[in-house]
Ligand binder design. Structure first.
Ligand SMILES: [Zn+2]
Ligand SMILES: [Zn+2]
Ligand SMILES: [Zn+2]
Ligand SMILES: [Zn+2]
Length: 320
């Protein structure tokens, strides 16, 4: 039986060497693809329970236990005979759901333990033995895995930092984990960078001058423009400056030069009108919800597969 203990050392590990950094990225990408992870923030309590349920990576036991030494957050054990893992979490360090910055430390700890498993540290140590230097490097790698998993670079670059604690709370990590990651990325400047108005519910950054509601999720805006996420939701169709569609959203015919308000080929309205007849406001091309009343727009209804982008990963690939 080989095991890893997660200690609350609080100090930053040295950077991992380049070739190991690439290996971590490779394993991380596989892990994200296999787990079908598409939206952040991540909750590793849910994630590790799901992994146990499906038996992924050989995780057979995830248990909250009493009596572990206080300085220990969690420990992972590997049985080389069966190839199974057991992850034990210290009850006295366990606070869930995450509320305070210190509670959210558990999320990082579990991501770190998952890192040991995905990077196969325990398997390798069983085969070729281990020494203190190797163990120290393994700890650095598991930390790096956890930081990249919970806080992808592109995601961090797409946040509004009204305060570090607000951004850390949104990410489900402790304030110090976020600062550590920004520091490692050399992007502490993000904390003081310009804020961009965004919807608190969906992160949308596109608003018309008089918008009362978010054009993506329909959230009432007066109190809701200081979101953490910043997401650019693309147009559903191209339009001219008078909000007339240049291509029919239904039959995709070029209708740039037609007169009237309907597509001459299929009869679809050339405006993205609110479906609420009492409102019937002509919305911009990105609007899935009416910016005047929050009800769905006609074009949102028309699309058989609504192109609502719920995650930045759908717009641009993540770079760790
Ligand atoms: Zn560890
Ligand atoms: Zn919204
Ligand atoms: Zn048409
Ligand atoms: Zn409306």
């Amino acid at each position: 039986m080989n095991s890893f203990l997660a200690l609350r050392s609080g100090k930053m590990h040295p950077p991992v060497p380049d070739y190991r950094s690439e290996y971590i990225n490779l394993k991380l990408k596989q892990f994200i693809r296999q787990g079908n992870i598409k939206t952040w923030p991540l909750d590793c309590v849910e994630m590790i329970c799901k992994m146990k349920k499906t038996g992924e990576y050989g995780i057979q036991v995830v248990k909250v236990v009493r009596g572990l030494p206080d300085k220990l957050d969690a420990s992972t054990h590997y049985d080389k005979k069966t190839g199974h893992y057991a992850v034990l979490i210290n009850r006295s360090r366990f606070s869930y759901p995450f509320q305070k910055s210190s509670d959210r430390r558990l999320n990082f700890t579990l991501a770190h333990e998952i890192g040991h498993i995905v990077l196969e540290h325990l398997i390798l140590n069983c085969k070729s033995g281990s020494n203190d230097k190797l163990k120290y490097m393994d700890e650095a790698e598991a930390d790096e895995f956890a930081a990249r998993l919970l806080m992808p670079r592109e995601l961090l670059c797409s946040l509004n930092y009204y305060s570090v604690s607000q951004a850390a709370a949104w990410l489900n990590v402790s304030n110090s984990a976020l600062i550590c990651r920004l520091n490692r990325l050399n992007r502490l400047d993000l904390i003081t960078s310009r804020k961009v108005e965004s919807c608190t519910r969906c992160g949308n950054i596109r608003f018309s001058a008089f918008a009362e509601y978010c054009g993506i999720c329909g959230h009432y805006l007066p109190e809701g423009r200081k979101g953490i996420r910043r997401i650019y939701y693309p147009d559903m169709v191209s339009m001219d400056s008078k909000k007339r569609s240049l291509v029919c959203i239904n039959c995709h015919t070029n209708i740039a030069n037609i007169s009237g308000e309907y597509c001459p080929y299929c009869g679809t309205c050339i405006f993205n009108l609110c479906i609420n007849e009492a409102c019937s406001y002509a919305n911009p091309a990105y609007a899935r919800s009416c910016e005047m009343c929050g009800k769905p727009t006609g074009y949102q209804k028309k699309l058989t597969s609504p192109c609502i982008v719920t995650n930045i990963a759908d717009i641009q690939p993540f770079i760790w």
